[in-house]
Design a protein around this ligand. Structure first.
Ligand SMILES: Nc1ncnc2c1ncn2[C@@H]1O[C@H](COP(=O)(O)OP(=O)(O)OP(=O)(O)O)[C@@H](O)[C@H]1O
Ligand code: SF4
Ligand SMILES: [Mg+2]
Length: 361
């Protein structure tokens, strides 16, 4: 891949595209497998293909939502970008660094440029430190700030996420879930990153607090120009927060495109299913949604997500659950087709019609 070769492969050096001119994130053919248990000492361990040929793109300052049900490979993708695991195959360029080219040592510049916020803020904040020290730590490590200058910046960051100076002296357990997640965001912002990986950042919060944190993230993005990879398991959370959305199912991106198009005109049957699960605020449309779901369930008798059998190797992963399944679906993975409203879908429903020689004549 030519553009990938232009990115930085020197683990310690500055990023070749770190001037902001290149893509913020460009993932190609990312594939990650995990070895499972050996069923017997003489048998090979079973492998799970957690992520299978994933392509993703994020432009500077853009938010890409990565959605899909549990086990679809979202966190594994996020962890590969954060270089918390090494992929089996594929290229990852992020914030100007060629991540898959890193050796054992991940460059400090990358650790600074790409930050993360996880689902469980209590688990990811050091319980023995007060909030002020938690936010100050990345300022010392990555920015080299000390003394009053650092204290001033901590106060600024806390203010930016809607917390006051009084919170700086508290311990994580003394704050609410929403406040703790604000601390995680402040800590992630401290080294002025270009990209933040948000892995289910609001899933553990009450619904009323979720929208406040999503609004805060949006506000921070407008002010700082940071880009996000926003992982969530349902479309309701990301539909208003993202520019683009990529939908994952069983390790594959089955559809991607502008958030508006995905939510108004979903193309893939799995995206339709995800969208049908999002309650519409309008009661009349809610009734229609319920009716549509009942009709779909009656028409397909599709197995529940966790009981769906694995698809045949090479076939569409959604085939066992798909109401539109065709013979071709069970043995051939569909090519990706561009869609008129933007983005692409991997589904045989959108295959170009086959033209026979008779029709040409
Ligand atoms: N460390 C690991 N060892 C073995 N298998 C793993 C490991 N991490 C993830 N998996 C498997 O890889 C697949 C994808 O998992 P992943 O955590 O990426 O999914 P997810 O989309 O983030 O799900 P969730 O919404 O539940 O967080 C699953 O089948 C999971 O069991
Ligand atoms: S490829 Fe076939 S089985 Fe898969 S989603 Fe499309 S129609 Fe359904
Ligand atoms: Mg996950």
């Amino acid at each position: 891949m030519t553009s990938a070769n232009t990115a930085n492969t020197d683990a310690a050096g500055p990023a070749a595209t770190g001037d902001g001119s290149g893509p913020l994130l460009r993932v190609r053919d990312l594939t990650v497998t995990f070895a499972g248990r050996r069923p017997a000492p003489w048998r090979r361990p079973a492998t799970t293909v957690a992520v299978n040929g994933v392509d993703l793109d994020i432009a500077p300052g853009e938010t890409l939502g990565l959605v899909g049900e549990s086990g679809s490979g979202k966190s594994t993708t996020a962890r590969a970008v954060l270089r918390l695991l090494r992929p089996d195959r594929g290229t990852i360029e992020a914030a100007g660094f060629r991540v898959d080219g890193f050796g054992r040592r991940v460059p400090a510049g990358y650790r600074r440029a790409v930050q993360a916020v996880f689902q469980d803020p209590l688990g990811s904040l050091d319980p023995t430190k007060v909030i002020g020290d938690i936010v100050a730590e990345p300022l010392a490590v990555h920015v080299g700030l000390r003394g009053p200058e650092r204290d001033g910046r901590v106060a600024e960051l806390l203010e930016q996420v809607g917390l006051g100076a009084q919170h700086a002296r508290r311990y994580p357990y003394e704050l609410s879930g929403g406040q703790r997640q604000r601390v995680s965001i402040a800590r992630a912002l401290a080294p002025e990153p270009r990209l933040i990986i948000l892995d289910e950042p609001v899933s553990a919060l009450d619904v009323s607090v979720q929208s406040q944190v999503v609004n805060l993230l949006e506000d921070v993005r407008e002010r700082t120009g940071v880009g996000y990879l926003f992982v969530a398991h349902d479309l309701a959370v990301v539909r208003h927060a993202c520019d683009r959305i990529a939908v994952m199912y069983r390790g594959r991106v089955v559809e991607e495109g502008p958030a508006d198009r995905i939510c108004e005109r979903p193309a893939h049957p799995y995206t339709e299913e995800l969208l049908a699960a999002v309650p519409d605020p309008d009661p009349a449309r809610q009734r229609l949604q319920r009716q549509r779901r009942r009709e779909l369930a009656a028409a397909t008798a599709a197995p529940a997500p966790n009981t769906a059998p694995a698809p045949a190797a090479g076939g569409c992963p959604f085939a066992p659950r798909c109401p539109h399944r065709m013979p071709v679906c069970t043995d051939t993975f569909p090519d990706r087709t561009s869609l008129p409203g933007g983005g692409r879908v991997a589904c045989h429903l959108y295959d170009a019609p086959v033209t026979t020689p008779e029709e040409v004549r």
